[in-house]
Structure formats: C-alpha cells, structure tokens
Design a protein around this ligand. Structure first.
Ligand SMILES: [Zn+2]
Length: 264
C-alpha cells in the first residue's frame, strides 16, 4: 500500500498547508483517510476526486473532516457530474458517489454543521454515507480498516490499515493524549503515523494531545518499525521535534511532509 501525505497541520493550517489528510492507494483502490481543512485542494494535486473509492474519518473535529463540505459541493455541482453535457464535459449517467465511513454519531454532526445554512443533507447527497462501529472492519477493495477509541476531547478513532495483497500495517494515532491503548493498538505496526501536536504537555485542563517526545516513546513501547510525526505546526521547529521523538524512540523519526510517499 502507498501512503501519500496530503496535510499534516494541526487545527490550523501551515502556510500553503492542509490539516489531517492521507491518501492510501493499493492497486486500483484509492482511499482518503481524514479530510481536514485544505485537504480537498491537496487531494486534487494527486488524484482525481471522482476516482476516490472511499473517505474514512477518524473523528469529528473540524481539522479532520471539514473539507467534506467543499468535496460534497464538487460531487453535486461540478459540471462533469451532471446528466447533461456541460462543455467540455459530455454528461454522465453515473456521477461519482464515493463511500464515506464516519465514526459513530458522525452523520448527525455533519447534519448540524451544514444545517447551519439550511443544507442538512448536503454530505449525504454527495457520498454513500455509513457509520462504522469501533469493532467493525471497513473493507475497501483490498484495504482493511480497523479502529480503536483513543482518549481525546471527543472519541477519536485510531485507524489500522492493512491490505489483503500483503505488505505491512499502517497504524494512525488520530488524536490522543498519552495512552496505553495507543501503544497496544500500534503494537508491531510497520509505520506508526502519530500525532505530535505539542511542544510541551498542556499547562492546564484535561490532556488531549501528545508531545513529539511522547509520540516517540509510544512508538518505542509499541515496537513499531518506523515513526512518522504528524499534526504538527510549521510554527514549531520540525527538526527539534523529530530529534526529541527520535531520542525517545531510539531510532530515526521523520516529520510528515506534504507529497511524501511511503510504501508500507
Ligand atoms: Zn481532534
């Protein structure tokens, strides 16, 4: 399976960047994992949005789903999606309608968001929508997605991806405070894509994210093959974050970067 980073920003975009968004491709199958702000435009640099088979969302925070809104407008209103010719497009009887796998409660959250301007069923019109259960396996072509709830400000779902064609396993942390369940979920993953939002632990309140050092430490405890940091702002020193994570992991660590491709 091939992973392409579309966006790695935290809840606000890097300059010219995008929030959470990762393209997964295996044979003819294309899946978008998370669709945060800025991701739709980045997606279009790499694949045609009508060729995406499914979108899988880890949790219902804006930086992980809000570009489902422009994506929906494209699927509904783009000239190429219409039944009649709109030059230069010939018209189609089978407009693209990708699957959209949301966490439990995701449908209602989206209805509230787009309902704010009277468009309650916008996303449902555009996508073949489903909600996964945490214990379920979502299969898209050869790709298999499984989940575990991580402690965050809302239930976030870490996502594990494997392919029936072989290859390795991707474990994506989603967003999480330091947690034994994240170590368990990532156990022996070939590539651990892990959030490293914080330069230091939160100063007050309930914790919701990891530092880069904690991200590396989770990778070490889980015995993963490779650690890639994500959900980290360009306002932090990326090299220093990678070094702190590497010291904790006990091996080299990279920071995710738009357009970088990982073969897993
Ligand atoms: Zn979040």
């Amino acid at each position: 399976m091939r992973l392409t980073v579309l966006g790695k920003s935290p809840a606000w975009q890097d300059i010219d960047g995008a929030c959470s968004g990762y393209l997964l491709q295996e044979a003819d199958t294309t899946v978008l994992l998370d669709c945060g702000n800025g991701v739709f435009g980045k997606l279009r640099k790499f694949v045609d949005y009508v060729d995406v088979d499914a979108v899988v969302v880890s949790h219902m925070h804006a930086d992980h789903f809000v570009d489902l809104v422009p994506y929906s407008y494209a699927l509904i209103h783009a000239p190429r999606q219409q039944p009649v010719p709109v030059p230069p497009w010939p018209g189609t009887d089978s407009p693209a309608r990708p699957r959209l796998a949301l966490p439990p409660g995701g449908r209602e959250t989206l209805r509230q968001v787009v309902g704010a301007w009277g468009n309650e069923d916008l996303v449902e019109q555009a996508f073949e929508m489903e909600e996964y259960a945490v214990e379920s396996v979502v299969e898209v072509g050869p790709l298999r997605f499984s989940f575990a709830v991580m402690p965050h400000f809302v239930d976030a779902h870490a996502v594990s991806v494997t392919s029936s064609n072989g290859g390795g396993r991707l474990a994506f942390s989603a967003d999480s405070r330091p947690a034994a369940e994240l170590v368990e979920f990532a156990r022996d993953a070939d590539l651990f894509l892990v959030e490293a939002t914080l330069p230091r632990p939160e100063r007050s309140g309930v914790r919701g994210h990891l530092t880069s050092e904690e991200a590396g430490e989770h990778g070490r405890q889980a015995g993963v093959g490779r650690v890639v940091l994500t959900h980290i702002s360009d306002e932090l020193d990326q090299g220093e974050a990678a070094q702190r994570a590497a010291d904790a992991f006990g091996g080299p660590v990279e920071v995710a970067c738009e357009g970088v491709v990982y073969e897993i």
